[in-house]
Design a protein. Structure first.
Lengths: 340, 340, 340, 340
C-alpha cells in the first residue's frame, strides 16, 4: 500500500487537460478514471485529449464527465487513444499548443506516458510555462525516478502466461526455446519474466551475449539430463536479435525454437497492482496540482508516491541492479555438490 | 454431449501400450488419464511409451498405475513426452517394434497424434498385424474423418486471448495488425480465431492473397472511419508468409504490425471441451479394443464418437467449408445502406 | 463447424427488434452483434430493446447502427441489459406490445434467452401473430430442442478455472470440498465440470443423494490413500442443498469445505466456442426471417443449425443422458485389480 | 525490484529442514524451490517436512534434490502440503521435535506460513534454542513487520477476476451485489479488491457497518441513475457476516445478491509478483542462515528485504492505513458539481 503525503491546497483550478502518449499500457484507463473522478470531487473539469500530443496539436479535446469513465478501470489500452507525434518536437508547435490550451481556459496538463512523452511534457512547461504533471505509463519500466510504471506488472504477467504455456511444449519435446520479450532499452521485463518463469538463461539488452559460453552451459545442462531449456531474450534496438541468436545456436548444433511475444504483451485487463498504482497516481496528480506543483512526474520510490522534477526524469538512466541477474543465476544453479 | 455406442465385449486383454506423437496438444494428458483409468477398470495393464515412436523403437516403456495419472487432467503438454521419429519410417524398424511389443505380452497400441502419427500407426498394423487404435490429437484440427481434434478448442481460445489483447493496442493506436496463427495445411484455427476474434480479414492457407484487393478494402474501411484493423493469417508451409504480406502492404502505404503467436498456442491448461473430448476418446478406445476392433481412429462426426478406418483417415483431405469464410465476411460487412 | 442450410429469400424486411431476456449469458453480445451486422448487410434496420420484455412493455427501443456493436464480441453480459418481466405474463400486455411494435413499423422480433423467455416469445406470436424467432441463450444448457446454448461453454470453463484452483488447496491440505455449480433444473454444468475437473463425485439436480453410500465411498477412497476429494454439486430449486449435504457429511465424521461458485459463473469474456455459436445463430436468425420463417427457435442438433418450433421447445424436457454419469464414474474408478 | 543486503558468511551448514504451515498460499512452491536451489548452491542439504508441524511431530521428512523442485515455480498450493497442528501448541512436543531434528543432524528450520505458524516457530526457538527463520506466506497480508506476504498479490488478482465477471452480470441486470472476500482479521484483500475492482463500497473487517448510512448512499446512487452496485465485504471472524448484511439490506427494500468467493481465492498459478517475492525470500533465507541469523522473519518494508525479530512479528498488529479507504471513497465520489 503506497505511502502518500498530505498536501496543502494552494491554488484554485477550474479546468485541466489529460492525455495518454506513446505505447499504450494496461492501467492507463484506470489512471484516466482516477484523474477524472478526483478532479470532479474538487469541482475541476477535465478535458480529454485524443491521440496524445497529436490531439493537442489538432485541438481535439472533449469534456469528460464521470460517467464517461465508468466501466473502464478493468480495460486494457486507452480510451483516449495514443500516438507518437512528430510535429510536437518543434518548439513552435509547442508554443502554439500552450496558447490553444490557455485560450480554452485550461490551466494545467496531465501527461501519462513513457520517457519520450515526458520529455515533450518537460519542454512544453520549460518553454511556455504551461503547468504539466507527468505520470509514468509504459510496460517497459524504463523511466528514471520511479521504481514502477503503469503497465509493467501486467506485461510481466501476460508474458509469464505465455512462458508457462511454452514450457508445457518445451518439456513435452525436450526442446530449447528462445522467447523474446519487450524492453528495448531496459532489461526489467526480461529479468522479471525470466526469474518468475524459471528461465534457464536471461539475456537483457544491456548485456552482450557470449555465444560460446552460452553453448557450453547448455551442453552441460544436457549432460546433466536437462534437455528442455527456456532462454528469455530482451528485444534490442535493432530487431532480429533473437533470430540472430537462434542462427548462432543452430550453427553450434542446437535446434532452438523462437517465440516473439511482441504486442501481445501490451494489452489485456490490468492486474490489481497496476490498477492500484494507476488509481493512486491519477488521484494524487490532482492533489499535487492543487498544491501548486508542476514540472514534475509522480513516481514511486520504495513504495512511496513522490514528485520527481521532470528534468531529472528525462536526463537520468535507469539500470537493472546487478543483483537481479545474480539472483536469477542462483535460482538456476545446479552444479554444486549437495551435502559435500 | 457425445453420443456413444454400446459395444459388445469380444476379446480379453491383459496388457496394452500407449503413446503420444507429433506436436503436443492440450488434452493429451486427459486422454492418457482416461485410457489408464478405463483400462484399469477392466483389469488391463497400460504401458506408457516415452517420446512417441522414438520410445517404441528404443523400447522405453513403463507400467502406468492409476496414481501415475493423478492430477494431470488439467495440465498442458504430455507427460509421456512426444517426438517426431525418422527411423519409424523404415518398415524394418516397424517390424522390429511389433516383435518387441509382442515379446512383452503387449496386445494392442493406442496412438494419440495427428496425421503423420496416424500414418505410422496404420503402417504398423498393415505390415505386422499388430492391433492399433488412433486418437486424433493435434491443435490444427486437420485430421480427415473427424470434426474435432484434441487440443483444437484450447488453441483457439489461447489465440483469442492474444487477439483480444492485441485489439486493445490496435484500437488505442488506430493500427493495422497482421496476426499469424498456427495451421500449416489447414485454415481451421485461422477461421475460428478470425470469426471469434472479430478480425477484419481472414487469410487461410488454402487461399492465395490478392494484395490489391486487400489494400482496396483496407482503404475503404479507413475512409469509412475505421482505422484499426486486425488480419488473421494462417502460417503456411513456407515460413515468412506474414512478413511477406506485411512487406507488400507497406509497399502500398500501410504500416502493418506483425504478431506471430507461434508456440504459445500449443500449451496451457485444456478447455473443458478438450478435457471432455479427450476423456471420452480415451475411455472409448479401451471399449473398442475390447470389442475386437482395431486399425481405426476414433473420431467425432456430428457429435457422435465413431470408428473410422485408419486408411481413410490417412488418405482423405479435410477442407474448410466454403460457408465459413462467407460467414466471416458477412459479420464484418459494413457497406450496405440500412433501411434503404 | 456448424452445418447450415441455404435458404430462399421469401420476404422483404425493413425493420426488426431484438432483445435479451432472463439471466445474462456470455456470448449474448456476440449474438447481438451478428444480428445487427447481418441485418445491416441486407438493408434491415435493427431496434435494440433495453432490459428484455420490460423494455418492450415500456417502449424503450433504440436504432442500432453497426458501430454501436463494435468491440462487444468479446464482452460478457449484454449491452441491451436483461430482466425478468412479470407484467409480460399478462396476455393484454402482450397484445399492447404487438400493437406498439407494429406502429413503429417493426416487422419481427428476435429474442435471446432461456426457457422462460422463449415461452413469452411463443405466446406473443401465438396470440398476436407477431413474428418471433428465438435464440437459446443461457448458461444452464437446459433448453429442449438444442444440444447447446449460448453461454454454456463459457460457464463450464469459468467453473473449471475455480475447480482447478480449489484443487490446489484441496491437495495441499488433504481436504474434502463440496463445490456448488449453477443449474437448477439441469445437470449439464455439473456433469461437464465434474468430468472435466476430475471430481470424485458429481451430484446432478436430477438425482437424490444417498448419503450413506457417498460416505462409504469417501471412506474407501481414504483407505486407499486418497485424502483430498472434490464433489461437484448442482444447486437445486431450493437453495441450501450444498450446506445440507455438508452438514450430513459432518455428522458422518468428515470435515467438508463448501464453495458456492454462484454468479461468478455468469460473466466474463465468452470462449471461442460461444462466440462462434452466437455469431452463427445471430446471422442465421436474419436469414430465417428473410425466408419467411418464424415461431421457431434456432437450435443446434448434432452440429447442424436448424429451426425448432417454439411450442416443442417450450413443452419438451431436456434430460442429461445416462451414459454421462457412467463415464464420470468410470474415469474415477480405482478399484479393479490391474492385470489380474 | 527488492533491495537486498550483502551478508557475511559466518557459519557452516550441512543440513536444514523446511516446511509450509497454515492456509496454503500461491507462491509457497516458488519459495520452496528457491530455498532448495539456493541451499544446493551452498552445498546444504534440505529436508522437506510434510504437512507442516504435523510432519515435524511425526518425523515425516524427506531429502529434497534440485530435480524434486523442477516445474513447481508456477504451481499453486504447496508440494510439501500444509496443516494446522494442535499438538505443536504443547511445549513438550516442541522440545521433542527439536531433539528429533538435532538427532538427524539438522541445524536449522525454515517455516513458511502466517501469523499462527510464525508463533509456533518463535516458541520453538525460544524454548529449545533450535534456529528458525520464518517467511511470511498467507493470502491475507496480515503479518506484522512486512508490507507484503507470499500469495497476497495472487489472491487479489483471483478475486478481481471474479469481480470483473460479476460486474458483467450486475451491469446487465442493474443489480446490487455483495461480494465476500477472504481476510478475517485484515482488510487488505477487501481494500485492494475494492479499489482495483471499482467497488462502490468496501466493508473491511475492522469497521462496523452503519446500515442506514449504507442504504442512504445506495439510494442516492440510484437516484443519480446508477442501479448496479458492487459492495466488497471482508469475511469476519464469525461466518455469515455477508448474509446478515444482505438480510438487512433486503429489509430496507433492496434486492442484494450474495457471492462468497471463499477458497477459490487460495489456489491458482502465482502472479509474477508473488513468484519474485517468494523466490527472493527463499534464497535470502539461506543467506541469513549462513550469516548466523535466526529467530527472525524475513519481511519486505518499502521494497527492501530485511530481518524482523519473530517476537515483534508475533506481538505486533498490522492495521490498514486510513488513507486507503479515503482513496477508495474518492475514486467513487460522484456528487460534487463539476466546473462550479
Amino acid at each position: 500500500m503506497y505511502a502518500i503525503e498530505t498536501l496543502p491546497r494552494q491554488v484554485k483550478l477550474k479546468r485541466i487537460a489529460l492525455l495518454t502518449s506513446g505505447g499504450d499500457a494496461p492501467g492507463m484507463n484506470a489512471a484516466i478514471r482516477a484523474c477524472v473522478r478526483a478532479a470532479h470531487a474538487e469541482g475541476i473539469q477535465v478535458y480529454g485529449v485524443r491521440r496524445g500530443y497529436s490531439g493537442l496539436v489538432a485541438d481535439d479535446l472533449r469534456l469528460m464527465s464521470p460517467p464517461s469513465v465508468a466501466n473502464i478501470l478493468q480495460r486494457g489500452g486507452t480510451i483516449l487513444k495514443s500516438d507518437r507525434c512528430e510535429p510536437f518536437r518543434d518548439p513552435a508547435v509547442r508554443a502554439q499548443v500552450a496558447a490553444q490550451l490557455r485560450e480554452k481556459g485550461i490551466e494545467a496538463l496531465i501527461v501519462i506516458g513513457g520517457d519520450g512523452s515526458l520529455t515533450g511534457a518537460m519542454l512544453l512547461q520549460q518553454e511556455t510555462g504551461f503547468p504539466v504533471i507527468g505520470l509514468p505509463g509504459t510496460i517497459d519500466n524504463d523511466v528514471f525516478g520511479t521504481d514502477d510504471t503503469i503497465g509493467f506488472d501486467t506485461a510481466v504477467d501476460t508474458a509469464l502466461g505465455a512462458i508457462d504455456r511454452i514450457r508445457d511444449t518445451a518439456n513435452s519435446h525436450d526442446r530449447l526455446f528462445l522467447v523474446e520479450v519487450m524492453g528495448r532499452a531496459s532489461g526489467y521485463i526480461a529479468a522479471y519474466v525470466g526469474i518468475a518463469g524459471g528461465a534457464e538463461f536471461i539475456l537483457p539488452p544491456e548485456q552482450a551475449v557470449d555465444i560460446d559460453q552460452l553453448s557450453a552451459q547448455l551442453r552441460s545442462s544436457q549432460k546433466a539430463g536437462k534437455f528442455s531449456s527456456l532462454i528469455v531474450v530482451a528485444e534490442s534496438q535493432q530487431p532480429g536479435r533473437t533470430q540472430d541468436l537462434a542462427a548462432q545456436l543452430s550453427a553450434q548444433g542446437f535446434e532452438p525454437r523462437v517465440c516473439i511475444l511482441g504486442h501481445t504483451q501490451r494489452g489485456g485487463a490490468p492486474t490489481g497492482h497496476d490498477r492500484m498504482l494507476a488509481s493512486y497516481l491519477g488521484a494524487m496528480a490532482i492533489r499535487y496540482l492543487l498544491a501548486g506543483q508542476s514540472n514534475i512526474m509522480l513516481g514511486v520510490q520504495h513504495d512511496k508516491l513522490l514528485p520527481v522534477p521532470l528534468s531529472s526524469v528525462v536526463h537520468g538512466h535507469k539500470a537493472l541492479p546487478a543483483h537481479v541477474l545474480e539472483m536469477a543465476a542462483l535460482l538456476q544453479k545446479r552444479s554444486a555438490p549437495p551435502g559435500g
